[in-house]
Write a protein that binds this ligand. Sequence first.
Ligand code: TYD
Length: 210
Amino acid sequence: MSNRQRHGKLIVFEGTDGTGKTTQRDLLGRYLQGIGYQVVITKEPTNGPYGMQIRDLYSNRNKYSREEELELFLADRRQHVNDLLLPNLLFDKIILCDRYYFSTAAYQGALGLNPEAIIALNDFAPEPDLVLLFQAHLDIGLTRITAGRKETPNNFEQREFLEKVAAIFAAIKRPYIRKIDASGTVDDVHRLVVGHALELLQPALAATMD
Ligand code: TYD
């Protein structure tokens, strides 16, 4: 897709588990709708057939090799890109996506695959306009998962593994990545998120808010 065809914007929420991405994606969606934008909310893994297979993998990780695991995330993304992301980017929609190919780089990279090589395999996927990388101490995320959601961390969420994931996320350099301190209150983090979104969507207005 050329930039002339692309009228929408793609904003991606990335980070380790339990950092509040989904809550903040939904809050930003409501905020942007309130000021007149057409917003599309989505996530990866999707709820499509590959996404369902990926959820099976959460609890049976040993059933799949890391290459098969990577293939599944790529297949899910291909479908998401073709069915939802590209069609909406043709119009002036703001797509808010919970996780994208930086998650593949970080999570499958933490299994020993090369993160930049993984990003290169995603050349079919449109580059985002903005990536909000949520960062908080891993204990905060794991506590939110176990206490808040009353869940047991799945295989993707074990601490040592997540340390590697966080380190890879932090090392990825792209001009459109903004790191978000996700350790504050929901309101604090929402303000940071809105600030970055407005910088992208309404740069003149954002400058007056500094
Ligand atoms: P998560 O956002 O927790 O989805 P849900 O709440 O719908 O189950 O994502 C599930 C896990 O998948 C998460 O621990 C990160 C992992 N993941 C990858 O390993 N690679 C990827 O490419 C993506 C998108 C996610």
